[in-house]
Write a protein that binds this ligand. Structure first.
Ligand code: AVI
Length: 317
């Protein structure tokens, strides 16, 4: 990794303090889910991905493995892969191994510290690949470094993260990704509507990892912002809303209490909930409609035999 890229990682200004203060002063308190992913939260999310109840990761990985050759053919040779919310960048290795002479890889992730380690490991394993990491919020317009020598850019947005946006916001985000990519295609993983009991279990695991992931928002505020949240006085609550077809995640205050934030105190009544995440589920058709509204032509779609998860190849119109 050269010095310029290291700077790109260091210079990203995290807005956690602002996001937390604004969110907790709303009538319906909220903390935007993008703040889950500091180094601690990213590690907890990795642990979630390995949980028996969390079918998404293993199902998507199996789909990628099974269809890697076909996907590589659709992407084409000498492509630059841009991954939105790269996390551990484990899934992209399946693509990189299948692609013909991949030219470059540009992972974008909100956690600069996490991205640094990921990129170092990739550089060792793929010495010929041009790596252009970007620490930042991919929901905001980002300038991707100029494309030199690649035949085509292809976006990669796995993990069902598109579900963490409302359908309208998902459409707007897909449109922005299409613009950022300057044409080309996008491979996106989308979680499917299914038996609510399976969904409920996936977000309420027996080992309590998802609860720890949710509470890490408060732990992070204590670590980074000298806040004083009492973690034992908040409960993880993640019901499925069948009408809206989404899991909703909350931290519920178990008593009347207050907490110190950098810009003053915040009060909680007993039973008051902080909304921390929505995870929308789609049918294949409803997702393809959103992609079409965002200016993509939905092409191939792959799903598993139990129809738990789907992978969509979209081409910019
Ligand atoms: C990242 N995202 C797709 C996960 C999801 O399933 O919505 C985040 C998550 N929240 C709780 N468990 C996992």
């Amino acid at each position: 990794m050269d010095a310029r890229l290291a700077e790109t990682i260091e210079s990203f200004d995290d807005s956690f303090a602002r996001g937390l203060s604004e969110g907790l002063r709303r009538a319906q308190k909220e903390i935007p889910c993008k703040y889950f992913y500091d180094a601690e939260g990213s590690a907890l999310f990795e642990a979630i991905c390995a949980l028996p109840e969390y079918y998404q990761t293993r199902t998507e990985v199996a789909l990628l493995r099974r269809h890697a050759a076909e996907i590589a053919g659709l992407i084409g040779a000498r492509a630059e892969i841009v991954e939105f919310g790269a996390g551990s960048a484990r899934k992209v290795r399946i693509l990189l191994d299948a692609l013909e002479s991949p030219h470059g890889y540009s992972p974008i992730d909100i956690s600069g510290a996490y991205l640094r380690g990921v990129v170092q490991r990739l550089a060792a394993d793929y010495p010929r690949l041009r790596l252009a990491p970007l620490a930042g919020d991919f929901t905001l317009p980002l300038q991707l470094p100029a494309l030199a020598g690649a035949a085509r850019r292809a976006g990669f947005f796995p993990g069902g993260t598109i579900g963490n946006f409302t359908p309208d916001a998902a459409m707007a985000l897909l449109r922005r990704m299409r613009e950022m990519l300057g044409g080309g295609g996008l491979l996106v993983g989308v979680d499917l509507v299914k038996d609510p009991a399976l969904l409920h279990a996936a977000y309420n695991d027996a080992a309590g990892i998802t609860a720890a992931f949710n509470k890490n928002l408060l732990a992070r505020a204590n670590r980074e912002l000298a806040a004083d949240f009492d973690l034992d006085a908040f409960a993880h609550y993640a019901p499925y809303n069948p009408k809206a077809q989404r899991i909703e995640m909350y931290l519920v205050s178990l008593k009347r209490q207050s907490a110190r934030l950098p810009d003053g105190m915040v009060e909680f009544s007993a039973g008051e909930a902080i909304h921390t995440e929505d995870s929308h589920k789609y049918s294949i058709e409803s997702f393809r409609e959103i992609a079409a509204r965002a200016g993509f032509s939905p092409r191939a779609v792959w799903t598993d035999e139990n129809r738990l998860f789907s992978l969509h190849w979209l081409e910019a119109r």
